[in-house]
Design a binder for this molecule. Structure first.
Ligand code: GRF
Length: 208
């Protein structure tokens, strides 16, 4: 049974999708803990209601990024995870932290990386006149929103779309591709080869 720790900052809808698919599809894994960097993160209540251990490591209570990262790593390591999942976790993590979990740290970003790393991806995609947007699940490297790509979803931009409408349609695809990527990881179906991720069975790594 693999152990998953999920880090959130707010709503936690991706975390919920992972918890639900893990139970429904009987993955060889369980979500051992949900950890937030903000005490008011709404997702904590869902985790608690589902009998999952929760913890808060408040970034405001730490004087430096290094101190926060160290406290976060200690909270994570208390659950001895095989996989750490960033699900709407809105803090930049230092290189030492990322290296500690290298190869077992996943993130989801609401753009078709390498386009639009960082914040306000949908606003920026609309301003650029993109016709296709999406989301990316990737292994985390020290560079922000960068790293070997596991799965991507593509969503067309429709006439009259605003940031909110686009975000909602992309989010619905995130709830499909993130659980899929985590499932592949816990079933040992992912191979990273020279910075590229291959699904062992040749399954499609695209949701269109
Ligand atoms: C998602 O759009 C995710 O891609 C981004 O932050 C949002 C988090 O949403 N990193 P939720 O907290 O999972 O509902």
């Amino acid at each position: 049974m693999k152990r998953i720790v999920i880090l959130i900052s707010g709503r936690g809808s991706n975390m919920q999708a992972i918890v639900q698919r893990c139970a429904e599809q009987r993955w060889p894994a369980r979500v051992a803990a949900v950890i937030a960097n903000r005490p008011e993160a709404q997702g904590l209540a869902f985790a608690h209601e589902h009998g999952i251990a929760t913890a808060v490591v408040d970034h405001k209570a730490h004087a430096s990024r290094e101190a926060f990262d160290a406290a976060l790593a200690a909270a994570i390591d208390a659950h001895a995870p095989d996989l750490v999942v960033l699900a709407g976790f809105m803090r930049i993590l230092g290189a030492a932290f990322v290296q500690r979990y290298q190869g077992r740290l996943l993130n989801i970003h609401p753009s078709l990386l390498p386009a639009f790393p960082g914040l306000h991806t949908h606003r920026r995609a609309l301003a650029a006149g993109c016709k296709l947007v999406g989301a990316t699940v990737h292994f985390v490297t020290p560079e922000l929103d960068h790293g070997p790509i596991v799965l991507q979803s593509a969503v067309p931009v429709l006439q009259g779309d605003d940031e909110e409408a686009l975000a909602a349609r992309v989010l619905a695809t995130e709830h499909v591709i993130y659980p899929q990527a985590v499932r592949w990881f816990v079933e040992d179906r992912l191979v990273i080869d020279e910075g590229l991720v291959r699904q062992r069975d040749g399954a499609s790594q695209v949701l269109i």
